[in-house]
Design a protein around this ligand. Structure first.
Ligand code: HEC
Length: 167
């Protein structure tokens, strides 16, 4: 009997500690989903794309002569404009097969801006118009940023493309 009641007391103590912690984790997960604002480009920009401006912006500190030259992430407006209207340019060497490819395709899977972030899309990337622009020619930009985007960012990016890439 005494052992059982000691176990019960111990279990209660664990619940007292764990339950609020679980609530906190749940609450912060909700919060970051809300910050990502599904469907809005503002959420995508603040959620990850602003990191790209370290290199892809006029005069950016990380800009090199071999960089993709169309993308401009300096501001949210310029990022939206260059992603939705632009195609890759200025790529040299191994990557040059992707010059002329639009950053935004008809779907998530055919978008070059997705292929540089989502490994699955990169490995399946295949365009009849640019057969050489495949996983060997598409660089992993999450390595350049230094950390990968969250799963909810990629989810929201897919929803945004499906919705027609609204501003
Ligand atoms: C540290 C600098 C740096 C950062 C940060 C960076 N890029 Fe790049 N990006 C490059 C360079 C350099 C290239 C040219 C290809 C290469 O060298 O791998 C490139 C190429 C690209 C390409 C062409 C794809 C290809 O390889 O065919 C796209 C699209 C792209 N970047 C998008 C992005 C996005 C989106 C981000 C932010 C998530 C980003 N880049 C962050 C430097 C950077």
């Amino acid at each position: 009997m005494r052992l059982v009641s000691r176990l019960q007391a111990g279990l209660r103590r664990v619940l007292v500690v764990v339950a609020p912690a679980a609530l906190l984790v749940g609450a912060s997960a909700c919060e970051s989903d809300m910050l990502d604002e599904p469907g809005s480009f503002a959420g995508l920009y603040s959620g990850y794309f602003q990191n790209c401006a370290q290199c892809h912006a006029p005069g950016a500190p990380g800009r090199t002569s071999d960089i993709e030259a169309t993308l401009n992430f300096a501001t949210e407006a310029e990022a939206h404009q260059s992603i939705t209207q632009g195609s890759a340019s200025g790529l040299v060497g191994n990557q040059q097969a992707c010059n002329g490819v639009r950053f935004l395709g008809a779907s998530y899977e055919t978008s070059l801006v997705v292929a540089v972030l989502d490994e699955n899309v990169r490995h399946g990337f295949s365009l009849a118009s640019h057969p050489g622009c495949d996983a060997d020619a598409i660089s992993d930009m999450t390595v350049k940023v230094g950390y990968p985007p969250s799963a909810s960012f990629l989810h929201n990016l897919a929803a945004w493309i499906e919705a027609g890439a609204p501003r």
